[in-house]
Design a protein around this ligand. Structure first.
Ligand SMILES: Nc1nc2c(ncn2[C@@H]2O[C@H](COP(=O)(O)OP(=O)(O)OP(=O)(O)O)[C@@H](O)[C@H]2O)c(=O)[nH]1
Length: 323
C-alpha cells in the first residue's frame, strides 16, 4: 500500500518531560452495509465532507482509504468496501472479493443497517458472508437513520440483529442528524490497537486525493503495459503542491521490483511513461477540475512487497484471468 510512512515522533506511549502522554493508537475500520445505508453520510460526520464527496465519485479497482479521522490519540483509518453488490463481471467479482478481504483484515468492522429497512434480504446476505468468513475482525452494529423510526421498533430490531449475529457492540445513530456519531467514533478510537500513527497528520486531509491520483497512474500503467508487468508495481504520491494559479503539482514515484522492469515502464525513449503521464494527468484534471502538473519517476524497490504486507489486503492481485 502506498503512503504509509509512520511518523517517528509518534511512538506509542511516549513520555514528554514529566507529562506522560497517552499511547497513540491507529488501525483500520471497514464500514460495510447495503447501498444507501448511509456510509458516506457517516464518513462526512467523522472525517470531513470534502474527502467523502471526492471518494464517492470513483470506483477504483482497489479497496480505498476513504478517510482518516483523528480522535484523541487515535488515528482511525476508514477503508471502503467497493460495493457489496452481486458481482457480474469478473473485475467486479475481484472487487467484491477485495472488499471482503478488506473487512476480514480490518481491526474493526462496522455494519451499518438502516433502521427503517431492518433485517432485509441484503443485510441477511451480508451476515451470511460474515459468518462464512468466520475469522472476520470484530464486528459492531450501527443502526442508522434512527430519526425515521419509533423507539420500540428500534429495540426490536436491535434484538433481532443481535440474535442473527454476535455483534460486539450496538450503536443507534443518525448519521444525518449526528446523533450517536461521536459515541461511535470515541468507541472506535479505543478499539484500534496501540500503534504509532499510520499517516503524518499533515497528509490526512488530502490523503484520499493522493491515493486516488496514485491509483489513476497505476491504472494507466496497467492498461498500457498489459501483461508485461506483474502486479508487483506500486505508485505513490510523494508530493502535492498547491500553486497560486489554482493548479497543483503532483510528484509520483512508480516503484518496480526489478531493474529490468524499469526499462519496461520507461519504454523506448521514455515514450511509455510519457503516454502514461499524459493519460493520468488528463484524468486527474477532469476529476479534480483543475490544471495538474504531473511528474513521474521510476524507482526500483525490491522489497516493497514485504514492506507493504500489512496493507496488501487493500490491493487486488491481478493474477491470471482476473481481468
Ligand atoms: N433520515 C435519515 N437519512 C439519512 C441518514 N443517514 C443517511 N441518510 C440518507 O440516506 C441516503 C443514503 O446515504 P449515503 O450516505 O449516500 O449512503 P451510502 O451507504 O454511502 O450509499 P452508497 O454509496 O450507495 O453505498 C442519503 O439520502 C442520506 O441523506 C440518517 O441518519 N437519517
Amino acid at each position: 500500500m502506498s503512503d504509509i510512512p509512520t511518523s517517528p515522533e509518534h511512538t506509542a506511549g511516549e513520555t514528554q518531560g514529566d507529562a506522560v502522554t497517552l499511547p497513540t493508537r491507529a488501525g483500520f475500520v471497514a464500514l460495510i452495509g447495503e447501498p444507501n445505508a448511509g456510509k458516506s453520510t457517516l464518513l462526512n460526520r467523522m472525517v470531513g465532507a470534502k474527502v467523502s464527496i471526492v471518494t464517492h465519485k470513483v470506483q477504483t479497482t482497489r479497496a480505498r482509504i476513504r478517510g482518516v479521522a483523528m480522535a484523541g490519540q487515535s488515528q482511525i483509518v476508514f477503508v471502503d468496501t467497493p460495493g457489496l453488490f452481486e458481482p457480474k463481471r469478473r473485475l467486479d467479482r475481484a472487487m467484491v472479493a477485495a472488499a471482503w478481504g478488506g473487512a476480514a483484515d480490518a481491526d474493526v468492522v462496522v455494519l451499518l443497517v438502516e433502521a427503517n429497512r431492518g433485517l432485509s434480504e441484503g443485510v441477511k446476505r451480508i451476515l451470511d458472508r460474515l459468518n462464512e468468513i468466520g475469522d472476520v475482525a470484530r464486528v459492531a452494529l450501527a443502526i442508522n437513520k434512527i430519526d425515521r423510526v419509533e423507539a420500540p421498533v428500534l429495540l426490536g430490531l436491535s434484538q433481532k440483529l443481535n440474535d442473527a449475529y454476535p455483534f460486539i457492540e450496538t450503536f443507534m445513530i443518525s448519521a444525518e442528524k449526528g446523533h450517536g456519531v461521536e459515541m461511535l467514533k470515541t468507541w472506535l478510537a479505543g478499539e484500534v490497537p496501540e500503534s504509532p500513527w499510520l499517516y503524518p497528520e499533515d497528509q490526512i486531509a488530502d490523503l484520499p486525493l493522493r491515493m486516488i491520483a496514485a491509483e489513476m497512474t497505476r491504472e494507466k500503467l496497467t492498461l498500457r503495459l498489459h501483461q508485461e508487468l506483474p502486479y508487483q508495481m506500486t505508485v505513490e504520491t510523494e508530493k502535492w503542491e498547491e500553486r497560486k494559479d489554482g493548479s497543483a503539482r503532483i510528484d509520483q514515484l512508480i516503484y518496480v521490483v526489478r531493474d529490468g522492469h524499469k526499462g519496461i515502464v520507461l519504454g523506448n525513449k521514455g515514450e511509455t511513461i510519457k503516454a502514461v503521464g499524459k493519460a493520468a494527468r488528463e484524468e486527474m484534471e477532469e476529476f479534480m477540475g483543475r490544471k495538474i502538473h504531473l511528474f513521474l519517476q521510476v524507482k526500483v524497490r525490491p522489497n516493497w512487497l514485504e514492506e507493504s504486507e500489512r496493507y496488501s489486503e487493500m490491493g487486488l492481485e491481478f493474477k491470471d484471468g482476473n481481468q
